[in-house]
Design a protein. Structure first.
Length: 444
């Protein structure tokens, strides 16, 4: 089977590449990141694929790829659909038995996903789609030229994946779905990419680390102690109200007007969102956790309810105090802006829990969050399981313990018998999570 892998790429030119990341990046920084991600994508071996690079912009930007064996072609004029359709038509005319499209926005896409794609095509699938977390897709593969998948589609819109699935189903094409993945299109995607590739040797990851640590400040979700909070504890703790909240009490209710932010000093709090008559866990926060800042700055209502899992000591900063602080301290305003960008991105990721009906899915998400929450990775790689884990997941302790043992038996996590865990096989863990998320979302 001759599968043509077609990478659709833009020339990494300032003002032309990654423009949706400007600001916070400058046009030059965005182009540097685009070039690094392109290099990462082209440097992968892509075993089992015939490599093609379909480009927009001057060809001299891609000379290194040609020297490395990539076959170069130019994108036609028109929208993305017209360009994909033309590339697909040319590939099948040149003898391809299948075509797989990729962009350059997900250079850390797991190899297992593309192996799954090849296996599906070899097994008879006519269309293979990898859904992106923003509602689009990161890859589309077809075993036949299918113009209907490229015409009248909501390009760059959240409904692209669903519209493509509907078109394939309406045409009677055998469809196979890959696990979901996120690419780097928008500013909110930067934090997620930085987080999952923080230890990566990819050029794109290293360039992003350089940009975020040196040029625009860290985009990571804050997970440190209360004394190091991004908001500046020395300013927030002046003239604030310190509240003692008993376990089970509510700090604020969903849809109540946002009139303050809360800084957790001791204890743990869970954020839940009510959908119809059911409450769904969004996340749990401990010391250093900041609550309500997005809604307060937006002048909106709280999107979630905050309930104390343990006795809490929290600092409450009312709107008036925060506004005066931001006027007095421009550095705090800048920090809050960065914090809000991260919080929105993190919230979009965590909102995936709303569609998870299974305990296994909620548990996987919680373990992932706990492993990411540690400000410093312990030498032995072990993280403490929250004592309130069963309550946070809305399940009996025995059932949670049983699921933990199953994950350990499958080699996804390791347990030390003292309430600590580590993710033993990160790639397998993420594949399992992606599978459960997809299963929970699309199964009736």
């Amino acid at each position: 089977m001759s599968i043509h892998l077609i990478v659709m790429a833009k020339a990494p030119v300032p003002g032309f590449a990654k423009t949706r990341l400007v600001p916070p990046l400058t046009p030059l920084q965005a182009a540097e990141l685009a070039e690094a991600m392109l290099c990462d994508m082209l440097a992968r071996p892509w075993s089992g694929f015939e490599r093609h690079l379909c480009v927009s912009g001057e060809s001299h930007h891609f000379e290194a790829a040609v020297r490395d064996g990539w076959k170069l072609s130019k994108q036609v004029d028109g929208d993305l659909g017209a360009r994909l359709e033309a590339a697909s038509s040319a590939a099948f005319a040149a003898g391809a038995t299948a075509v797989a499209f990729l962009g350059t926005d997900a250079p850390d896409l797991p190899d297992a996903f593309m192996e799954d794609l090849k296996g599906a095509l070899l097994g008879g699938a006519e269309v293979v789609i990898g859904p992106a977390t923003d509602g689009g897709y990161y890859t589309l593969a077809t075993a036949t030229h299918a113009p209907l998948l490229f015409r009248d589609m909501p390009w760059s819109q959240p409904g692209l994946f669903e519209a493509t699935v509907e078109a394939a189903s309406a045409a009677g094409l055998m469809l196979h779905l890959l696990p979901p993945w996120s690419d780097v299109d928008e500013v909110n995607d930067l934090a997620r990419f930085e987080l999952r590739s923080s230890q990566s040797v990819l050029a794109g990851a290293q360039e992003l680390a350089h940009l975020t640590n040196v040029k625009i400040g860290s985009l990571r979700v804050y997970t440190g102690s209360v004394g190091e909070t991004l908001m500046g504890v020395e300013a927030l703790t002046a003239n604030h109200a310190t509240l003692e909240i008993p376990a089970g009490a509510t700090l604020f209710e969903q849809e109540a007007p946002a009139d303050a932010i809360y800084l957790v000093q001791t204890g743990r709090v869970k954020l839940v969102r009510r959908v119809f008559r059911e409450e769904h866990l969004v996340e749990t926060l401990g010391p250093g956790g900041l609550l309500g800042e997005v809604a307060l700055v937006a002048g909106a209502t709280y999107p979630v309810s905050a309930r104390a899992l343990t006795p809490l000591l929290v600092a409450r900063v009312p709107r008036e105090r925060l506004e005066s602080l931001l006027l007095e301290r421009p550095d705090l305003a800048l920090r809050l802006t960065r914090k809000l960008a991260v919080r929105v991105a993190h919230g979009q990721f965590r909102n995936a829990v709303f569609s998870l009906r299974s305990l296994s899915g909620r548990l996987l998400l919680q373990l992932q969050a706990e492993s990411e929450r540690a400000s410093e990775q312990p030498a032995d790689g072990l993280h403490q399981l929250p004592s309130d884990l069963p309550e946070a997941l809305g399940a009996e302790s025995a059932l949670v313990d049983s699921n933990l043992r199953l994950l350990a038996a499958d080699g996804l996590i390791a347990l030390d018998g003292q309430g600590r865990f580590r993710i033993a096989d990160r790639a397998a863990f993420e594949r399992r999570l992606a599978f459960v998320e997809l299963k929970d979302r699309f199964e009736p």
